[in-house]
Write a new protein. Structure first.
Length: 229
């Protein structure tokens, strides 16, 4: 299982987004961009114009997580702006199949996100329409919250659904991911990790990304044969 790290710009210095993106460009896989509208979640962050501008300067592909009302209307525009992955929330989408297909048609991977209290099971039939499931491990809206262990069984459940589906669908976790929690997420079945404060709150963001990846890989590594050191 390949482990991917997506530093979240929500924890970065918004006045220096291009520089903050660049500092992890040699070690991370994606840049995670949280789009919040102040309605679906209580916070207000950045929108399409900033994503369009960031796309011109960022060397990593953009992973846009839309925590907004009416993603059916707005999501395809983020794909058209150059985001390589666009994720909508199951709780907010009125026509998820149509919207996921529109995201793919615009050239991006399509993701479906779930709040901690939302079950993945009712959406199992939508797996052919998605390239990634995103499980929130905090209540969405603000960074820096404590990881919710109660989501770990849902990560395992989602991994089982993906395995039964038989195609490659990434399983992303977002919220409270740091050195003490990433191993548990990886062990439960996640393979893509959004980390904000753990990266941009570090004195060495690039080094933090490397440490997180090593911990995720180690959590799923097969045990060494008996007697080996």
């Amino acid at each position: 299982m390949s482990m991917q790290i997506a530093p979240s710009l929500l924890a970065a210095d918004f006045a220096r987004l291009a520089d903050e993106a660049d500092v992890v460009s040699a070690v991370a896989d994606w840049l995670h961009v949280d789009v919040m509208d102040g309605h679906f979640v209580p916070n207000l962050t950045i929108g399409l114009p900033v994503v369009e501008s960031l796309r011109k300067h960022a060397r990593l592909p953009l992973d846009c997580h839309l925590m907004i009302e009416n993603p059916d209307q707005w999501a395809p525009g983020y794909a058209e702006a150059g985001a390589r992955n666009v994720t909508i929330h199951a709780e907010a989408a009125s026509a998820p199949i149509r919207t996921l297909r529109a995201i793919r048609a615009a050239g991006a991977r399509a993701g479906l996100a779930f709040n901690p209290a939302t079950s993945v099971l009712p959406y199992a039939d939508l797996l052919p329409e998605v390239d990634m499931l995103l499980l929130m491990t905090i209540e969405p809206g603000f960074g820096g919250q404590e990881f919710m262990d109660l989501v770990l069984p849902k990560i395992r459940q989602a991994r089982e659904l993906i395995s039964r589906h038989g195609t490659e669908i990434w399983l992303q976790v977002d919220g409270g991911v740091h050195e003490q929690t990433i191993g548990r997420c990886a062990e439960a079945g996640a393979d893509m990790f959004v980390a904000g404060s753990a990266v941009y709150g570090s004195q060495d963001p690039a080094g933090a990304v490397k440490v997180l990846r090593d911990l995720a890989v180690a959590a799923v590594a097969p045990p060494a044969p008996f007697g080996e050191i």
